[in-house]
Design a protein around this ligand. Sequence first.
Ligand SMILES: *Cc1c(COP(=O)(O)O)cnc(C)c1O
Length: 438
Amino acid sequence: MVKNYTDLLKCDQECLWHPYTSMTTPLPSYLVEDADGVYLHLATGEKIIDGMSSWWSVVHGYNNAFINDAMKAQIDKFSHVMFGGLTHEPAVKLANTLIDITPVGLDKVFLADSGSVAVEVSIKMALQYQHSLGKADKNKLLTIKNGYHGDTFAAMSVCDPVNGMHSLFSGFISENYFADAPSIGFDDDWVDSAANSAIKSLKQQFKDNHQHIAALILEPIVQGAGGMRFYHPQYLRACRALCDQYEILLIADEIATGFGRSGKLFACEHANISPDILCLGKALTGGYLSLAATLCTTKVATTISKGEAGVFMHGPTFMGNPLACATANASLELLFKNDWQAQVRAIEQQLKTELLPIKQHKNIADVRVLGAIAVIEAKYKVNMAIIQQKFVEMGVWIRPFGKLIYIMPPFVISTAELKTLTQALANIVDCDEVFNKI
Ligand SMILES: *Cc1c(COP(=O)(O)O)cnc(C)c1O
């Protein structure tokens, strides 16, 4: 019987998996009792500022009255109904909004339950599309190194092969094609063809393997969990052009970047391109429920529908969940009402002013800011248990991985709250004991 704080944590350690953790030597977890605005309230009494937006998702902060009310109103009607043969206003309204706000040409919407599933759906769309065109040999994917697309098997097969530990699953995981990661940063000067090794690698992959490639899948502009790097819009334009030239579909995975995080509503807008297929998730519901969407062009949708199956072969139990759709509708309404663009611009300015000077620090290799994302790349891997505890003592929730200490705060964060986060980052780089210097 679970009674108190220590019992809960003990039971948690004994019986619950956490993301990417060991069941024998788990890292400590912190017990959250409540959350409000940008604050997490821990059972130990601390109120800490969430610098992660619970992994890109909680853009409006916690316990937002407008979103809560919309959820309660939908609960009082119905929380779920099957989507086979039935439909409802929350889903129709959400589809309409997504078609309106996403890059031009994306006109058909598939609603799934999580980001990884949205990626699976996008891959299946690409394969069914090529199959319908009589190109069944185009059954592989091209992607770029350092990518992250989720933890299910097809998604994993296009994650970075080293970071994603493909060797563990060899024989089971699909083998796809990998071009070198883009080498030129978002703000750096663009270098054309010959001197640009990443473009050379990309062109070579298209040239050598296009007969086998159904789609190029990538995270536009921001490579997230695979390295937190921001690359040049010209690279994305080159991808679009090569896909057109070789009749390969372009899948943009905007699960992390969607809904304003990079400074544009969708990161594809930095390059002024539209993908053929777009994956959305994370901030779609403001982080209140799990929901994802895969959008495609009319051409992709009609080609699939004219193919051998005559239908798109996917239909999860909780497809188009009404409560999740109503939540997404409220979150999107709030996004525009709150003027996300002004919020993100202010955050970006402050992040640049307060964090870029850290670049010179002896423990630090690089500092990068784009939109409401800041990345401090250390020269050494961090000790997670120590750094986590230090951050909590400083009143912030920041969860690094490897050498990367990064934040993507809720858009509603105040100047003073953001200052607390950047001050914690400035303080932590001075703490030699958080770095594993070997
Ligand atoms: C988080 C993420 C995913 C996976 O989404 P889940 O909801 O965790 O399954 C896929 N692609 C990108 C770019 C992501 O950041």
